[in-house]
Design a protein around this ligand. Structure first.
Ligand code: 13P
Length: 257
């Protein structure tokens, strides 16, 4: 990555950990963070956010939620608003994660509503995009990324883009142990950056962070993050082990200097 973008490393715990495991993990992460020039955010399950946020008060670690709802309050059983998240407090939220799109069935329109609500509430919003294996085999990677980004950012102004991070997470690489090659991931990231230039302008495209997710591990994080348009990672499985996650943060730190 280029030096002017601060690397971003996110740990998406998904539906993992119980209360005591979550606390042990966050304590170990805080102990291991070295104040490097990397923005580190962990995304624990909703029910642990408050306790974990309290434990991270005053530390460099930022806390985020894995999802949100776009209305501020009302009859939306089971949902959590961005205002409630800010109460925890959290600083960030994921929108459009592939498991929400492909397992839960979220549409581009819903992802867009959530993205706009999160940005309106000042949360750093990590918009996740990426193609399925079938789409990749049909040569549709860039087209899928483009349509998910155009739809996800519809109505998002240039002045809000500094709070947006785009996570390119090829669906076939998530939790499978298969990773995009650094060159393939770089191609997708460069095309996403060019798209942001088209949608906004050159300056916005140079400033926005585009991170890679999909079986990123300590063993491949360095070579992925060394690519010019890969500004960090969104980590699933490897974020559940402090040692592995910290090693990935370290890989990000190497790119920051
Ligand atoms: P894995 O790192 O387990 O492949 O998950 C990636 C991911 O979905 C992060 O959001």
């Amino acid at each position: 990555m280029t030096q002017q973008r601060t690397p971003f490393v996110g740990g998406n715990w998904k539906m993992n950990t119980n209360a005591s495991q979550g606390i042990s993990l966050i304590d170990a992460l805080q102990d291991g963070l070295k104040g490097d020039l990397v923005e580190v955010t962990v995304y624990p399950p909703f029910v642990y956010l408050r306790e974990i946020a309290a434990r991270c008060e005053g530390s460099d670690m930022l806390i985020g939620a894995q999802d949100c709802w776009h209305e501020p309050c009302g009859a939306f059983t089971g949902e959590i608003s961005t205002g409630m998240l800010k109460d925890c407090p959290v600083q960030s939220v994921l929108t459009g994660h592939s498991e929400r799109r492909h397992v839960i069935g979220e549409t581009d329109e819903l992802v867009n509503l959530k993205t706009k609500a999160a940005l309106a509430d000042g949360l750093v919003t990590v918009l996740c995009v990426g193609e399925t294996l079938e789409q990749r085999e049909n040569g549709q990677t860039d087209a899928v990324n483009e349509s998910q980004i155009r739809a996800g950012l519809a109505g998002v102004g240039k002045d809000e883009l500094d709070k947006v991070v785009i996570a390119y997470e090829p669906v076939w690489a998530i939790g499978t142990g298969k990773t995009a090659t650094p060159d393939d991931a770089q191609d997708a990231h460069a095309n996403i950056r060019a798209l942001i230039a088209q949608m906004y302008d050159q300056r916005a495209s140079e400033a926005i962070r585009i991170i890679y997710g999909g079986s990123m591990k300590p063993g491949n994080a360095n070579e992925l993050m060394a690519m010019p348009d890969i500004d960090g990672g969104l980590i699933g499985g490897a974020s559940l082990t402090a040692e592995d996650f910290l090693a990935i943060v370290q890989a990000g730190a190497t790119q920051a200097v």
